[in-house]
Design a protein around this ligand. Structure first.
Ligand code: FAD
Length: 68
């Protein structure tokens, strides 16, 4: 029987990131998702998401959208 040190429910942005980083440190994650990957029923899905750095997260970020 296969075992997993990390089990995550939900393959949205947060669960997928957790699974990615869990895999990188060798935790053999199991990522469970109720819908088909790429579905439109979660908060991570859709065409209107913007991901930014906050000023404190990157040395080169000076403005609200990272402009230098
Ligand atoms: C319209 C809208 C616009 C947004 N715009 C921005 C933006 O511009 N910038 C920004 O930073 N943030 C934005 N957000 C917020 C951001 O999208 C969410 O905070 C983020 O995507 C949440 O990710 P999540 O992985 O926690 O949730 P979700 O993406 O909702 O993922 C949860 C996943 O869990 C699955 N799931 C739930 N229950 C179960 C279960 N029992 N069994 C199996 N699977 C399950 C769901 O199917 C889903 O795939 C926006 C949100 C919305 C709704």
């Amino acid at each position: 029987m296969e075992t997993h040190e990390l089990i995550i429910v939900g393959a949205g942005a947060m669960g997928s990131a957790a699974a990615y980083h869990g895999a990188k440190v060798g935790l053999n994650p199991l990522l469970l998702e109720q819908f088909k990957i790429g579905h439109n029923n979660g908060s991570s899905h859709g065409g209107s998401r913007i991901t930014r750095y906050a000023n404190t997260e990157a040395e080169e970020c000076r403005g609200p959208c990272g402009e230098k």
